[in-house]
Design a binder for this molecule. Structure first.
Ligand SMILES: Cc1cc2nc3c(=O)[nH]c(=O)nc-3n(C[C@H](O)[C@H](O)[C@H](O)COP(=O)(O)OP(=O)(O)OC[C@H]3O[C@@H](n4cnc5c(N)ncnc54)[C@H](O)[C@@H]3O)c2cc1C
Length: 475
């Protein structure tokens, strides 16, 4: 992965220095002579949650598909995690995941995960990018607009305002990539050049995260398990997760959907944790010291910009990461999707070279649409389980959700179904595998058993009432 194809004395600029920006810079370093990343925030050499990525304070799972893609570009990443004492292991074995009706099966999947905080991950990636000989990361620069040639058909650079002295600088580049996140100004910048805005898809979820870090004892009964609690949407608007982090800490995030009131003090935090269908999270909260205040983050909707649908787009300009698609965070797909988009770009540049960038945008946005389609559809479909969700509801959503509910229930009893589910949820395999006859049959069988169990339980209860219990005690 470190081959430098077609070194070309060319310059690329990346707007935004978060996860997507750093992965993009790494990929571009394979193809361009010089790559400059421009980040608005000041960057320090250490793990940090900055103003520009406030979500970094909250629970972040790096899915196996994301870790696999990232380690193609940073093969020593996992060793670095090990050096810092972070745990890794088979995701299927490391997760303790309660779904309301019970815990999913523990399964060996061969899918690896790294148990680390989001700021630590971003810092480790950034350090590696900064060490590349042809990449420069410049912080404290706000990209204000795009530069274009007189025909306005080619983007030729960016205008940056440097925060330390307020100076403005015009920087030229052969390729500019916007990785400035969900709040990307690309629609506005393109409009200024006379281009249409990309059509947008919005599916609401109105999520609020409430996160607190806690101490973690070496002998914690949960060990280094990821704890997830995701009861059915029909039961409650509450969810939670707790991950063991570097530095002997638990990161506990409580999640409320569609306006569920969120805790603002310790007592309410504990009460929320206690109200979940398992006490795993409550036990962490009750038995460890809080290390921070409770931090909140509101997230209104899944948002996708369909750049692949535009008929006109300037040469020399692309968009990547959350700036293209930002998903309900509960599904943990954002960083993996960004990594896969960057990889798709790498493949295209290997194929097309960088001498002529005409036609790149069209092919790139088609590739990105393929990467984003599945996580987008998954998140949007799942969010339509809530009656208050609004947006473009695809045909067949309720049917698919009914099957997926049955599949979730089957993961509690059936290791084969659970393994298939884990591979899909980690973006390693396509959801199509969940419809293979072997899985379909197992899901149906599990439902049948559940119904029969329910019926025989009811008849036991009925016979107890009629035979063992005197009539007045039954009342
Ligand atoms: C609460 C929450 C929880 C999440 N949990 C997960 C999870 O568990 N797993 C997962 O994979 N993903 C998760 N995500 C998504 C994940 O955080 C993002 O997908 C990931 O950070 C990649 O985003 P990005 O780099 O595209 O944008 P961002 O992380 O938003 O970064 C954009 C960067 O661009 C900079 N910038 C913005 N404008 C300019 C400008 N004009 N000039 C220069 N710089 C600029 C910003 O300062 C920032 O550094 C979560 C998101 C949220 C909100």
């Amino acid at each position: 992965m470190t081959t430098h194809s077609n070194q070309s004395n060319k310059h690329a600029i990346v707007i935004g220095g978060s996860i997507a920006g750093m992965l993009t810079a790494r990929v571009l370093s394979n193809h361009f002579d010089r790559v400059t990343v421009i980040e608005r925030d000041a960057l320090n050499d250490g793990p940090e949650a900055r103003k520009g990525q406030p979500q970094a304070r909250h629970l972040h799972a790096l899915l196996a598909g994301g870790l696999q893609t990232m380690t193609r570009y940073f093969p020593d990443l996992i060793h670095e995690f090990q050096r810092h004492g972070e745990a890794q292991g088979d995701l299927g074995e490391h997760i303790r995941w309660h779904i309301g009706s019970g815990y999913r099966q523990t399964v060996r999947t061969g899918l690896w995960s790294a148990i680390i905080s989001r700021p630590f991950l971003e810092w480790q990636i950034r350090r590696r990018v900064e060490a590349l000989r042809n990449v420069e990361v410049r912080s404290g620069g706000n990209v204000e607009s795009l530069l274009a040639d007189e025909t306005r058909q080619r983007v030729t650079g960016v205008q940056v305002m440097w925060r330390k002295d307020g100076q403005r600088e015009a920087m030229n580049a052969d390729l500019v990539i916007d990785t400035s996140g969900r709040g990307s100004h690309t629609p506005k910048w393109l409009a200024a050049l006379g281009y249409d805005a990309a059509p947008e898809g919005v599916v609401t979820c109105k999520i609020t995260y409430a996160t607190c870090l806690f101490s973690r004892q070496p002998n914690d009964p949960l060990g280094d398990k990821y704890v997830m609690v995701t009861p059915p949407a029909s039961d409650t608007l509450k969810r939670a997760g707790a991950f063991p982090l570097e530095g002997d800490r638990w990161q506990v995030t409580l999640v409320g959907v569609h306006g569920e009131p969120m805790p603002i003090d310790g007592d309410a935090f504990m009460a929320f944790a206690k109200s979940l269908p398992t006490l795993d999270v409550y036990n962490i909260v009750a038995n460890n010291e809080p290390l921070t205040d409770i931090m909140h983050h509101k997230f209104p909707s899944n948002l996708r910009r369909f750049y692949e649908k535009l008929t006109r787009f300037p040469t020399g300009y692309l968009v990547l990461g959350d700036a293209v698609c930002s998903f309900n965070p509960i599904f943990g797909q954002g960083m993996t999707s960004a990594a896969m988009q960057a990889h798709a770009l790498d493949e295209l540049l290997h194929e097309m070279g960088v001498e002529r960038l005409d036609g790149l945008a069209r092919r790139y946005f088609r590739s990105v649409a393929k990467v984003v389609d599945i996580p987008w559809k998954t998140a949007a479909r799942e969010d339509f389980r809530y009656k208050d969700t609004t947006g473009d509801k695809q045909l067949g959503t309720d049917l698919l959700n009914a099957y997926s509910s049955a599949l979730h229930r089957a993961t509690v009893n059936d290791a084969v179904v659970c393994e298939a589910f884990m591979r899909v949820v980690n973006m390693v395999d396509s959801p199509a595998i969940l419809f293979r006859p072997q899985i379909l049959w197992r899901v149906l069988r599990s439902e049948l058993h559940r119904k029969l169990r329910g019926r025989s339980q009811r008849s036991v209860e009925t016979s107890q009432f009629t035979v063992d219990q005197p009539a007045d005690t039954v009342r």
